[in-house]
Design a protein around this ligand. Structure first.
Ligand code: ASP
Length: 323
């Protein structure tokens, strides 16, 4: 028998209709009857929190990651399923992914529809997540299971506000899927971003600036003036910005703020190929760090953990060098 823990944190998966709309109630609306349908699993359920996921801060994400690490170390469970709201699930799953060694299968799941809606997806997603937690091969890192698909935490994102097929890994696709008879993997990640072993602490003074035509420099200056220690810039295309934004990035770097460049394109790598003012090459020469193909919201989590661990710019560059 596999010992599996289902750890609930909140989200639509446990919401019910209230007076004015769908909401979290005093009693969880999570339908756990499906757990009886899974042979070979001894399942316990614990409630960590009952939060809509927009209320889940990086500090709470870190608490969840530390708790998961304690399960990894204790060996009390063969696998853990975390139920979470879909809005910020990808960030919590990624926080856990960079902190955990990867020896314990940890599977995040959620629901796009509350338990009172027609075609509710929560019970099936929980059942599939438990099945993945029971059968997962090692070294996959944290996975995310919704709509019968298994995704890597480092790649997955919520792509649609409402559809049950919302979760996807743009440019990479799912690792596999859960069919009626078995769990099937089609590809395994050969590498994932991971923090050096040690306690997880965060410096949350890391901002995220998405550029738009003629926009970006004011916000960067504001963050620097407000004492932020790191800024992730979602630049254009290959990692390019307007010269005014490049100058703001320069001011940030001069003020010892770590600037990491990612792209507002949702597929592909940042690379310093353009030498014009504000081009990716120009930004790298000024001392900005490339985040390769990582999404801005995820590399921001990584940067918080790196700064929280007291890493300097050189060490952070080394950690991100493979991206
Ligand atoms: N707003 C909800 C949340 O993230 C959406 C969901 O769970 O699907 O908590």
């Amino acid at each position: 028998m596999k010992r599996i823990l289902v750890l609930s944190t909140g989200g639509t998966i446990e919401m019910l209709p209230g007076d004015g709309g769908i909401t979290i109630g005093p009693v969880s609306g999570m339908d756990l009857q499906v757990l009886d349908l899974i042979p070979g699993a001894m399942i316990s359920v614990e409630r960590f929190s009952s939060l809509p996921s927009p209320h889940v801060t990086p500090e709470i994400m870190a608490d969840i990651a530390r708790l998961l690490r304690s399960y990894e170390v204790s060996g009390d469970y063969h696998g853990v399923v975390v139920t979470h709201g879909t809005d910020t699930l990808e960030e919590t799953a990624f926080m856990a992914d960079i902190h955990l060694e990867g020896t314990l299968p940890v599977v995040f799941t959620a629901a796009m529809r509350s338990s009172s809606e027609l075609g509710v997806d929560g019970p099936r997603n929980i059942m599939n997540a438990v099945r993945v937690a029971c059968t997962e091969t090692s070294n996959l890192g944290v996975t995310v299971v919704l709509n019968d698909e298994i995704h890597a935490a480092g790649r997955v994102t919520k792509t649609c506000t409402s559809n049950v097929s919302s979760f996807d890994s743009p440019g990479y696709g799912p690792l596999g899927f859960v069919d009626d008879d078995k769990v099937i993997y089609h590809r395994l990640p050969i590498w994932r971003l991971n923090l050096p072993r040690g306690p997880l602490s965060l410096d949350t003074r890391v901002g995220l600036v998405r550029t738009a035509a003629g926009f970006g420099h004011d916000i960067i200056d504001f963050l620097v003036d407000s004492g932020y220690r790191g800024i992730v810039v979602e630049a254009f295309g290959r990692g390019n910005v307007h010269p005014l934004t490049a100058d703001a990035i320069q001011r940030a770097i001069d003020a010892s703020v770590i600037v990491v460049i990612t792209s507002r394109c949702y597929k592909g790598r940042v690379l310093g190929v353009y030498a014009y003012p504000g081009g990716g090459l120009d930004l790298m020469e000024r001392g900005a760090i490339s985040a390769g193909d990582m999404a801005g919201n995820k590399i921001r989590i990584m940067l918080m953990a790196c700064l929280g661990a007291g890493m300097d710019e050189l060490r952070i560059k080394e950690l991100l060098a493979d991206l």
